[in-house]
Each structure stands twice: as C-alpha cells, then as structure tokens.
Ligand binder design. Structure first.
Ligand SMILES: NC(=O)c1ccc[n+]([C@@H]2O[C@H](COP(=O)([O-])OP(=O)(O)OC[C@H]3O[C@@H](n4cnc5c(N)ncnc54)[C@H](O)[C@@H]3O)[C@@H](O)[C@H]2O)c1
Length: 246
C-alpha cells in the first residue's frame, strides 16, 4: 500500500518539470492522478507513460476551465482529495524594466491561477464533505526578495499569504493548505540559465548541499503534505532549497 493509496489528485502545470515528477511519484504511491496544463502534446505524452495518470487541458487563468476540470475529475473518479497548484511562470527582469503587461501576466498565472484553483477545489470538497489537501508551489522568492525577480517574488509572496489565510478559514472543514518553497531546481524553467556548465558549477559551489535541487526533491515534500502523514500540518511554508535559507 502506497501512502497516497486511493487518493485522487489534480496537479496543475503537470506536463513537465516539477509537476510531472510529482505526478509520477504520486502514481507510484498509489494515487490516481490528473495532470492539467496548457502544453497539451507534452501533457498527453507525460500521461501516456503511466496508467494511473491522465491529462486534461486547463489554463489556470480561466475560471471556466477550473469549473470544467474539477467537475469532470469528480464525475470520473468520484472524489478529489489533493490539489497541487504548481503551474507557474518566471521572469528575470529588473523592477525598473518590468512593464505593467509583464506584471499582469505573472499575477494572472502565479497568483490568480492559484486563487481560482483553491476556490474551485475547496468548494467541491465542502460540498462533498470530503476534506482535501491543497499544496501551493510558491518559491524561496515567496519568502524573501530575489534580485531581478521583483514581480515574480510579489506573486509568490501572494501565494504564501493566500495559503496561510485559507488554512485558517477552511480548517473547520478539514481542508489543509500548505505552501512549498523550492530553491533553484533543475527543470525546464531554469535550464536556459545553466547552459553554461561553468556558471552551473559556480552556482552549485555556493549552495550548502553543493548541488541544484532536482524535481524529485520537491515532489517528495509535496507527497508528504498530500498524505495523511501530514494530517496536523496546515498553513505552513515548507522550504526545500538545499540549505540556502537556513
Ligand atoms: N525551477 C525552479 O527553480 C523553481 C524554483 C522555485 C519555484 N518554482 C515553481 O515551481 C513550479 C513548477 O516549475 P518548474 O520548475 O517545473 O517549471 P516548468 O516551466 O517546467 O513547469 C511549469 C508548468 O506550468 C505550466 N503552465 C504555465 N502557464 C500555465 C497556465 N496558464 N495554465 C496551466 N499551466 C501553465 C507550463 O506549461 C509548465 O508545464 C512553478 O510554480 C515555479 O514557479 C520553480
């Protein structure tokens, strides 16, 4: 029996990177997993590797998409126990160069996308009287300012705040809400920054654990928070960053 046996989980941004790794780990631990993304071909390919994983199109900015996907998952699988709000985008830009359009784009996906997901899934959970676990993927940039990432930081701080307020509001329904704060993770989001192996080696030398994080490092934390082993954890920020912010 895996620790996520019989749980039904929805993971946004699950086509690739941290979300895809989390889906594969959840499936290995016994969950039925629906990954949702805007990268349909990549998402279908990820799902095709595992009988326990299926794919659905979901643009996290769309309230209609959320309604459709949550309704479909509950109809098909009978329940929805876990939401991982993982879809996100990054922008490396000085604050002085960040345009309003840049800022609104980050807010719409990282912040509003998370907000809409929390609302849709918590409403289904309360209606079905089935408590759920919501795990929001923030960042270390959601706990402290990161240079050249001001707009990204702002949206990830918002995710930290939403998490804490929601945990207090929905605890009475047994709904747990936590955030995970990755450091630098080796995923498609960061690969362009590390095409130069010398730069990557320099960065790794400055990390206490002397390596970039891997998607599985984040997936392991998310799986714990999704599981009943974390049944007394809510409203908390869990950092997985190799010791940078110790
Ligand atoms: N990689 C890192 O170093 C790092 C560090 C801290 C936090 N994070 C966070 O981890 C999460 C996953 O990032 P990743 O590193 O796997 O990056 P990634 O770019 O590989 O994955 C992000 C996924 O989100 C999807 N997505 C983007 N916009 C979407 C939308 N509107 N609707 C639905 N899906 C959408 C993308 O298509 C992609 O599949 C993000 O929230 C990111 O901010 C990553």
């Amino acid at each position: 029996m895996g620790r996520l046996q019989d749980k039904v989980a929805l993971i946004t941004g699950g086509a690739r990177g941290i979300g895809a790794e989390t889906a594969v780990l959840f499936a290995a631990q016994g969950a039925t997993v629906v990954i949702a993304d805007v990268l349909d071909d990549v998402g279908e390919t990820t799902a095709s590797t595992n009988d326990r994983i299926s794919y659905r199109h979901l643009d996290v900015r769309s309230e209609d998409d959320w309604h459709g996907v949550v309704t479909a998952v509950v109809k098909e699988h009978g329940r929805l126990d876990v939401l991982v709000n993982n879809a996100g985008v990054d922008l490396t830009k000085k604050l002085s160069a960040t345009t309003l359009a840049d800022f609104e784009w980050l807010i719409s996906i990282n912040q509003i996308g998370t907000f809409l997901g929390m609302q849709a899934v918590s409403a289904a959970s309360v209606a079905a009287e089935t408590p759920c676990s919501i795990v929001n993927i923030s960042s270390v940039a959601g706990l402290e300012g990161v240079q050249n990432h001001a707009a990204y930081s702002a949206t990830k701080f918002a995710v930290t705040g939403l998490t804490k307020a929601a945990a207090k509001e929905w605890g009475r329904y047994g709904i747990r809400v936590n955030s995970v704060h990755p450091g630098i993770i080796d995923s498609p989001m960061t690969e362009e920054q590390f095409v130069d192996p010398d730069l990557r080696a320099r960065v790794e030398r400055n990390l206490p654990l002397r390596r970039l994080g891997q998607p599985i490092d984040i997936a392991n934390m998310v799986a714990f928070l999704a599981s009943d082993e974390a049944s007394y954890c809510t409203g908390q920020a869990f950092t997985v960053d190799g010791g940078v912010h110790a």
